[in-house]
Design a protein around this ligand. Sequence first.
Ligand code: UTP
Length: 298
Amino acid sequence: MENQRVRKAVIPAAGLGTRFLPATKAMPKEMLPIVDIPTLQYIVEEAVASGIEEILIITNSNKRSMEDHFDRNYELEERLKAAGKNDLEEMIRHISDMVNIYYVRQKEPKGLGHAILCTKSFIGEEPFAVLLGDDLVVNEGGEPALKQLVGAYNEKRTSVVGVQRVPMDEVNKYGIVEPQDKNYDPDKRRIKLKGMVEKPSIDQSPGDLAVLGRYVLTPEIFDLLETQAAGKNGEIQLTDAILRLMDIQTVYAYRFEGTRYDVGDKFGFVKATIDFALKRPELKDELSAYIKELASKI
Ligand code: UTP
């Protein structure tokens, strides 16, 4: 395992998406678009830009739209070509050419840890990445969030969880890490961990460094997930298994660089939509004018 590269990534997309009902009744939340691109595509693009060669998406029975999105659509390609819309045809084809994507079904939504356990035979004995569609990270001009974590893994050869600071009154929404050194250097990106707790109450939180949807894990995690008892909400929690992983290896947090959007939350989703739209040349002038007009009335 010493010199193994992080080649494989898993993207869990089998949650119920209750916060986005009814949109998620027949469609996974990972297919909700930010402007016109499904969040799942942004996540796949980040994985590819981080050197990932094979992706396994964990699905439930709502998987059709995801499989179709990353597959060829010959009829649409032909129609676009016939209409002279070559740019669109190329863009559509590029989505299916990006990377090898596989799918596995999580039969019941028993939690993120249980979802990751479903990928055991695909991963085998390699380090691997996990990316959650809930967190979109934009790092313009810099490295993608996952690539930064892979860099940290390559230096230490041990599991790394991606974190950023969050406001103290929001820690109960996240997995919060506990640094080994309480007075860790706030300028340091890599932090040795002592503990981790899922959605702590504000007064019992070990800090404000929240785990934000990016991980590089070593395969020892699977043995732990196999014996992991149900935790918060009766679900098998990845956080609980990573906590036990700390007994057998040093686990690091990596404070990744970039602006992160919590698109699993309605307000975060709307913010991401506005910010992404403001960066689109075809939308930005009209949208800026509209926002200014709205603001003048509030
Ligand atoms: P969340 O808890 O954010 O997803 O899980 P959710 O349960 O779908 O969302 P809400 O709270 O009901 O709106 C984080 C990630 O883990 C996946 C989800 O798809 C999401 O990407 N997940 C969660 C699974 O794949 N399986 C599960 O059993 C639970």
